[in-house]
Design a protein around this ligand. Structure first.
Ligand code: GDP
Length: 471
């Protein structure tokens, strides 16, 4: 109600925004005493999110460039179904990861590390863009490089485009692996042509800047070259970490292990995790009882980019949450309790803005980009919509379609919207039930239309600041 009233007056308040005294007084004056009392109460109970303070430490220390060290790149493999992602990951793991320790645990820990000429690469073992984008939406971006697998006998397919859009909106460099070159009907040249035409990825050998490596994941042909290219791209990026001190790690998956209890499979980003450390992941705390590496071996500590199974959480933490080490059990308790409190008050709940609010904000800030995800019933309508929407570009506001495609609005679209602060437009398609649920919890706006000009008119009106705020 307050946000809406402010909005009508042309002022923007964000849900969860902290109020200064001046604003609080203004609000109190606008309403009756009861609301004035509410304002006081919220003010008294809204404490700093303790994670912000922890994050500040890392932010500060990243400024100290000579204290940073290089760390191995973390790689996610993406691409269309059946194009060979799993085969590639399996081949690399089989040929590159040392034999498992005798008596070691043989289950995957979500990621593994390989070594090429003394240089390491960490691979996330779950292929596809779902985990990638979910982590990003939780503020736990872990991937430094994406390997986009495209089968040379099939070319660029819908999920190739989707994976590309997800990687691109995260600003992660892409290396293309043109796979299945052992097949008689493989056509590498045609595949490259499609990558140029459909994704504007231009191979280096054609004067572009995308590295494309023809491989056979099944036979292992050229996979070494692909690994070398990953290291080459990594060298050009600034992939760094704080080597010592407090730990920050990203969770790939969490599970209840029969022997170990709640475990988190994670990749260390900063610091060195050690057995005995006090840790938190969201509202869950723990003490590191054991660390297990990708060879099933128990280790005492793990540094940046190392995949590790962390044993010792009191409960199952949220998947894709960020793990931090803290100095004591009391501190861990204090922080997790605060987070619980905040969560209960829903202040922490991630809220995104509606189209109208985003546009209103743009008027006041430097950010002049509207990000859209467009889904439609046919390829013809997708193209027509893209054309029509791109015509709405103005000097003031950039309209950026970060992803478009044929078919229903899925949870993958919602995750991408959440990670990128985008709005989803559907034309003659609906959101499936999972996507609808997720949109609700993530606070993502989905607008669906059945008439093309209505969609364009709405967007145009919104861009011109004429759209009535809706409720
Ligand atoms: P994913 O869905 O992308 O993970 O694809 P998979 O790795 O499961 O591979 C799908 C199918 O393609 C499987 O039958 C693989 O054996 C096959 N495949 C994968 N890579 C190659 C390759 O390089 N050459 C050939 N001939 N087949 C491959």
């Amino acid at each position: 109600r307050i946000i809406q009233d402010f909005f009508m007056k042309g002022e923007v308040l964000k849900p969860g925004q902290k109020l200064n005294l001046q604003l609080a007084k203004k609000i109190a004056k606008m309403y009756d005493v009861r609301i004035g009392f509410d304002v006081e109460e919220v003010k008294a109970e809204t404490r700093e999110n303790p994670l912000e303070e922890i994050e500040k430490y890392f932010e500060e220390n990243y400024k100290n460039k000579d204290k940073l060290v290089e760390r191995p790149p973390i790689v996610t493999v993406m691409g269309h179904v059946d194009h060979g992602k799993t085969t590639l990951l399996d081949y690399i793991r089989r040929t590159r990861v040392a034999e498992r320790e005798e008596g070691g645990i043989t289950q995957s820990i979500g990621a593994y590390q390989v070594e090429i000429d003394g240089k390491k690469i960490t691979f996330i073992d779950t292929p596809g863009h779902e985990v990638f984008t979910e982590m990003r939406a939780r503020g736990a971006q872990a991937t430094d490089i994406v390997v986009l697998v495209v089968a040379a006998d099939d070319g660029v397919m819908p999920q190739t485009v989707e994976a590309y859009d997800h990687a691109k909106s995260a600003n992660v460099p892409i290396i293309v692996a043109i796979n299945k070159i052992d097949k008689p009907n493989a056509n590498v040249e045609l595949t490259k042509q499609e990558l140029v035409n459909k994704l504007s990825l231009i191979p280096e050998e054609w004067g572009g800047d995308t590295i494309m490596v023809p491989i056979s994941a099944k036979k292992g042909e050229n996979v070494d070259t692909l690994l070398e290219m990953i290291l080459l791209v990594a060298e050009m990026q600034e992939i760094k970490a704080i080597p010592e001190g407090p730990v920050r790690a990203v969770t790939i998956e969490t599970k209840l292990d029969k022997g170990f209890g709640p475990v988190a499979n994670a990749i260390i980003k900063d610091g060195k995790i050690k057995v005995g450390d006090y840790i938190i992941a969201g509202k869950v705390k723990g003490k590191v009882k054991a660390l297990v590496n990708d060879q099933g071996k128990r280790i005492k500590e793990a540094g940046p980019s190392t995949p590790v199974m962390i044993v010792g959480f009191e409960e199952l933490p949220d998947a894709h949450s960020v793990i931090y080490s803290v100095e004591s059990l009391e501190k861990a308790r204090e922080i997790t309790e605060k987070i619980r409190e905040i969560e209960q008050k829903e202040l922490k709940r991630k809220r995104h803005l509606k189209l109208e609010e985003i546009l209103k904000m743009m008027e006041q800030t430097e950010q002049k980009e509207l990000k859209l995800i467009v889904k439609a019933d046919t390829l013809g309508s997708v193209m027509a919509l893209n054309n029509a929407i791109n015509k709405l570009q103005s000097e003031e506001i950039r309209v950026n379609i970060i992803h478009s495609g044929v078919g229903a609005i899925t949870s993958s679209d919602v995750m991408l919207a959440s990670a990128s602060d985008a709005i989803i437009l559907g034309f003659r398609v609906k959101a499936d039930s999972q996507a609808r649920k997720m949109a609700e919890t993530e606070g993502i706006q989905i607008k669906t239309y059945t008439i093309i000009y209505k969609l364009i008119d709405d967007l145009k009106a919104a861009l011109e600041g004429m759209l009535e705020p809706e409720e």
